[in-house]
Design a binder for this molecule. Structure first.
Ligand SMILES: NC(=O)C1=CN([C@@H]2O[C@H](COP(=O)(O)OP(=O)(O)OC[C@H]3O[C@@H](n4cnc5c(N)ncnc54)[C@H](O)[C@@H]3O)[C@@H](O)[C@H]2O)C=CC1
Ligand SMILES: O=C([O-])CC(=O)C(=O)O
Length: 336
């Protein structure tokens, strides 16, 4: 009877669920009081798969948690403040989303954030290894290209690293590509499908416009300009915010979409596909974003490189050395 009802609900929702759904997950947000953290936590509070929302930051989390806890959704919300409460915040989490750390100001590169943010990722990863070694970990903190290898090394040192459960969040690049293409083609951006592969900074961001659906019909000059706009979209926001930080609201949306996809995969939904920056043997770079099928154990299948045209092959060639440097910097930091 229960199975029948569950199947009916799944069919009504138009989704392909298995009938062994758990439907109750603990999500921890680290950096929950920040420009991304607050709206991201709000969106996670609205996710029906979440039953426990754990908010960690070094400031303000009691207030953020009290505020969100008055929303009439089923999840409980708890705030944890300061490094001494990090372990409690992460204990038993199924998904950990990390937007902790400093953002860019005009004139800075993402790599300029390394000195502050590398240590933050190291500390949070160390606690993850102790408190929720099986969690899906989604790193938003920049430089993503370097922070993900740092987390991998820390988890390796603790003997709990599972490359299928560690993700760099590059979803905002896909979200932006869909927005820009949708508006250029005058179609609903939600109907646009486009892989954005590589990493998450400048030339390492590779929008594969040749594989866009519906077909992107711009001229070669349009393709060149749109590619650069997607690669530099973060800087566009940093400049527009004029010293008040970088993308927060669009990132919260993108982060909630990615965390939501991790939860849907965990919950047995089929065909959940996202691009994300993960350990990879698809190219010479040992971390690389490609489309992934997400499932109960994280990455179920890496769908590999989409078909590339000559222009995109050149973009890939330019990205690899930069990515390799970014990755080495993270590995060296964590090893020493
Ligand atoms: N992956 C992506 O596509 C994007 C990444 N980002 C990155 O996300 C990060 C956060 O950006 P914003 O929210 O705008 O910054 P923010 O400064 O508004 O918030 C950061 C939060 O992290 C907290 N924090 C600092 N140290 C911490 C620690 N040790 N543990 C826990 N929390 C700590 C701060 O108290 C603050 O509440 C930045 O590194 C930024 O570059 C931003 C946009 C897009
Ligand atoms: O540009 C930044 O510093 C923040 C970021 O990663 C983005 O908006 O893509």
């Amino acid at each position: 009877m229960f199975k029948q009802v569950a199947k009916q609900v799944a069919t009504q929702a138009g989704r392909n669920f298995s009938t062994t759904n758990q439907n109750n997950y603990k999500v921890a947000v680290c950096g929950a009081s920040g420009g991304i953290g607050q709206p991201l936590s709000l969106l996670m509070k609205l996710n029906p798969l979440v039953t426990e929302l754990s908010l960690f930051d070094i400031v303000h989390t009691p207030g953020v948690a009290a505020d969100l806890s008055h929303i009439d959704t089923k999840s409980t919300t708890n705030g944890f403040k300061g490094s001494e409460e990090l372990d409690s915040a992460l204990k038993g989490a199924d998904v950990v989303v990390i937007p902790a750390g400093v953002p860019r100001k005009p004139g800075m590169t993402r790599d300029d954030l390394f000195n502050v943010n590398a240590g933050i990722i190291k500390d949070i990863s160390t606690s993850i290894a102790r408190q929720c070694p099986k969690a899906m970990v989604a790193i938003i903190t920049n430089p993503v290209n370097t922070c993900v290898p740092i987390a991998a090394e820390i988890l390796k040192k603790a003997g709990v690293y599972d490359p299928n459960r560690l993700f760099g969040v590059s979803t905002l690049d896909v979200v932006r590509a869909r927005a820009f293409i949708g508006h250029a083609l005058n179609v609903d951006p939600q109907k646009v499908e486009i892989p954005v592969i590589g990493g998450h900074s400048g030339v390492t961001i590779l929008p594969i416009l040749s594989q866009c659906k519906p077909k992107y019909t711009g001229s070669d000059a349009d393709i060149q300009a749109l590619t650069v706009r997607i690669q530099e979209a973060g800087t566009e926001v940093v400049k527009a915010k004029a010293g008040a930080g970088s993308a927060t609201l669009s990132m919260a949306y993108a982060g909630a979409r990615f965390a939501g996809s991790l939860l849907r995969g965990l919950n047995g939904e089929k065909n959940v596909i996202e691009c994300s920056y993960v350990q990879s043997n698809v190219t010479e770079a040992t971390f690389f974003s490609t489309p992934l099928v997400l499932g109960k154990n994280g990455i179920q299948e890496n769908l590999g490189l989409p078909k590339l045209n000559d222009f995109e092959k050149k973009l890939l060639e330019a990205a690899i050395p930069e990515l390799k440097n970014n990755i080495k910097k993270g590995v060296d930091f964590a090893k020493n």
